[in-house]
Design a protein around this ligand. Structure first.
Ligand code: ADP
Ligand code: ZN
Length: 731
């Protein structure tokens, strides 16, 4: 019998590479043959590139000219499930397969033989002369039996210098050995006791744990206010998954991946899980990638790209803060990690838990329609209660144009400061001022490359474009009329708000938290942890403070501009504002002290503001759902964005018009095209951007039609076309 998953030497195989080609290429299987799914190195022109054996070769090329696979890499072959997942994800997001494969191989040096390092353990002999230091090392090793350590670990743990250990090696009392660098992760113990759960929590935990044990696909939406114990609940599902001998993945928004969280997981399971995030070193990445493939990492805590790791036996994916917009990758491959998690789990017979205090309308609707199971945790754990929500009517406050903290809010902050508590002022605007304007001619400084205003960052002493990151020095002379010293900041950013706070609260320690003010994500997290521990009295922050951090002494949140998110035409503006305001408010009053959230607004009667205030989540979702259903927009209809871009505006428009005129493949499935129109940001990095919007009914197979439609277009020169299925933002 022929084994369809193995190719003998010389057999034709189709190899998918990470190079931008439109199909897999034929090669001959190397000496010794190769498995279906094997990671291989193949020649491509003058280069050697990484690829995966995707199936039998097509054989439509002269056999004599077909080249051979150079070598099979020493890693587990890609599993059939993973190949299917990449294919389905590619078809869904209309992404070329090579780009998909790149996502799945984001670990450098996969092909290298495992590198070695020196490790140390007890040797057979005794030292000729015993010293205190030597005794400490030997006693330490005796205590740990047969375990081995790196030189640094052993020196630190036994409190000696490394030369002491080297001395013991010479005498044979300590053995020095080579060991592979990519070590398995320490086993986790799912049987350690978790916290004692409340009735609510226990009901939810039992449900998800049983679903995991059943070993079938299913998605559960776990909703509960911040602090209600969602994390405790899903850790029980993780425990059930590990007990069943399967791997688990917990996805978090990058910024929520904190030391505090990892510590919590470590306490629960007795050892550290694997962490996958942008700050991981190359070596760590490779280790995690390999160990997951060999089943020697049981639990991964990771940012969205952890979804593309080669799990051997994945049984559970948790998506924490499932509504978070950072799950949608906005450049390169446009995918939503939440949706891809559901796709991957459905192919695997695995469970998904979507956890959120403020679910996305998509997930809410899927729970309503019965596609997802919904579980609710009603109360915060322990004595903590939900914050009281109030509005401050800014029409009644008289504020000069260069101040943003109303008297009402100032008094509330003063009260907290007197009580020795923390207050937070929330403003979702980075930098010092969003506009820099010439008082003589009215000119606003814009980016040379983009249709966007430059934002003053006083901290960096530059103007910065938030689209392309371009910076320039703050001009003293107006670039338009040449007037001297007439440039002035208009409007507030967090830095400017910080200045105001320092004046308003002279005795308080004011800290400004904004992602651009710290050199690294690690430094920023350290700062946040310092503040949570009491390092500041007034915290000023952008939306990053809304994500998952615990400020136990924070009892007041003042939202400087609750109307900010309601402007603009984005279909998710209301949903986003609702979520963000609820999340920010959730920062207040987590421990024993009750909190208050105050929203400064010029439109207190706006339905969204009223829904936020009333805390009527179901009411808000129902109203929002009804509106979207009436408009036939997601999640009650389908949408895709097409962005054409290029250096020449006219050429881009011509191409977009041609597309719009030839929309037969779309019409066939009943989909409509809107546009072309200049994208909301009509120029980024010197490229003109034109947008088309495709709308269709809910059940329509949109991807096939779009693929056919856009394939008619021959892109000239430097023009590019990007398709965004289920766009999250319109820019
Ligand atoms: P969420 O994920 O919903 O924000 P967490 O699971 O983080 O909530 O719980 C909030 C806090 O309350 C955490 O410090 C957690 O350890 C604690 N907590 C929640 N449930 C329990 C429980 N049943 N017993 C003890 N502590 C709990
Ligand atoms: Zn720019």
């Amino acid at each position: 019998m022929i084994d369809p998953s193995f190719f003998d030497e010389g057999a034709l195989v189709a190899v998918l590479t990470t190079q931008p080609l439109d199909r897999a290429l034929d090669y001959k299987a190397p000496e010794g043959g190769c498995h279906l799914g094997a990671f291989v190195e193949v020649p491509l022109g003058p280069r050697k590139v990484l690829g995966v054996v995707w199936g039998p070769g097509k054989g439509d090329y002269d056999y004599a000219k077909v080249r051979s696979v150079l070598r099979v890499l020493d890693v587990a072959p890609m599993r059939a499930e993973m190949r299917r997942f990449l294919e389905k994800a590619a078809a869904y997001t209309l992404t070329p397969m090579p780009a998909m494969l790149r996502l799945a191989t984001r670990a450098p040096g996969l092909g290298d033989p495992p590198s070695m390092r020196k490790v140390y353990r007890r040797g057979p002999d005794e030292p000729d002369r015993m010293t205190d230091a030597r005794r400490r090392v030997l006693e330490f090793l005796a205590e740990y039996g047969d375990l081995s350590f790196t030189l640094k670990e052993l020196a630190e743990l036994s409190g000696v210098t490394s030369s002491v250990i080297k001395g013991l090696v010479k005498q044979g009392a300590v053995a020095e050995e080579d060991s592979p660098r990519d070590l398995p992760f320490a086993p986790l113990d799912p049987d350690l006791p978790g916290k004692e759960l409340t009735e609510d929590q226990d009901r939810a935990a039992t449900h998800v744990a049983e679903a995991v044990r059943a070993g079938t696909y299913g998605t559960t939406l776990l909703r509960g206010v911040t602090g209600s114990g969602k994390t405790e609940v899903y850790l029980e599902a993780v425990a059930a998954c590990l007990s069943a001998g399967r791997q688990a993945l917990v996805l978090l928004p990058e910024i929520a991946l904190t030391a505090e969280f990892l510590k919590r997981v470590e306490v629960r399971f007795g050892a550290r899980p694997a962490e996958w995030h942008s700050g991981a070193t190359m070596t760590e990445r490779r280790r995690i990638w390999r160990m997951i493939g060999q089943g020697q990492a049981q639990l991964v805590i990771g940012a969205r790209s952890a979804l593309f790791l080669p799990y051997q036996n994945l049984g559970l994916i948790v998506v924490d803060e499932e509504h978070d917009t950072s799950y949608k990758q906005e450049d390169g491959v446009l995918y939503n990690a939440r949706d891809m998690a559901v796709l991957r789990a459905s192919l695997l017979g695995a469970q998904v838990v979507l956890s959120s205090a403020t679910p996305s309308l998509e997930s809410w609707a899927n729970a309503e329609s019965g596609k997802y199971t919904r579980l609710d945790l009603e109360a915060r754990f322990g004595p903590a209660v939900l914050p009281t929500m109030k509005t401050i009517d800014m029409r009644a406050e008289t504020l000069p144009s260069d101040r943003w903290v109303s008297d009402t809010l100032k008094r509330a902050v003063d009260q907290r400061l007197e009580a020795g508590e923390q207050a937070m002022l929330f403003l979702n605007r980075r930098g010092y001022a969003p506009i820099t304007l010439c008082r003589a001619c009215g000119h606003q400084v814009g980016c040379d490359q983009c249709d966007a205003r430059m934002v003053e960052h006083r901290f960096l002493k530059r103007l910065m474009c938030h689209q392309c990151g371009e910076t320039k020095p703050m001009p003293t002379v107006c670039p338009s009329c040449g007037a001297e010293d007439r440039m002035a900041p208009v409007g507030p950013g967090v830095e400017r708000l910080g200045e105001e706070a320092v004046k308003l609260f002279p005795d308080a320690r004011v800290a400004v938290l904004s992602s651009d003010m710290y050199g690294s994500a690690r430094a920023l997290k350290a700062e946040i942890e310092g503040i949570a521990a009491g390092g500041a009295d007034v915290v000023i922050g952008t939306q990053l403070v809304a994500k998952g951090h615990n400020f136990p002494n924070l009892t007041l949140v003042g939202v400087i501009d609750a109307d900010l998110g309601l402007q603009g035409s984005d279909l998710r503006a209301a949903e986003r504002t609702f979520q963000l305001m609820r999340q920010v408010a959730g920062r207040a009053g987590r421990a024993e002290k009750p909190g208050t959230a105050m929203l400064q607004t010029f439109q207190p009667e706006h339905p969204v503001i009223r829904a936020i205030l009333a805390g009527d989540e179901e009411g808000f979702w129902r109203a929002e759902a009804a509106e979207r259903e009436a408009a036939g927009v997601p999640p009650y209809g389908r949408m895709a964005g097409i962005i054409l871009s290029g250096p020449d505006a006219a050429q881009v428009f011509d191409a977009a018009n041609a597309l719009a005129r030839n929309a037969v493949p779309l019409a066939r499935v009943g989909a409509q095209v809107f546009g072309p129109a200049p994208a909301p940001i009509a120029r980024i990095r010197g490229r003109h951007r034109v947008r088309l919007l495709v709308k269709a009914g809910k059940g329509v197979a949109l991807q096939g039609a779009i693929a056919q439609w856009v394939s008619q277009l021959r892109l000239k020169g430097d023009m590019r076309l990007a398709v965004d299925i289920d766009p999250q933002s319109f820019y």
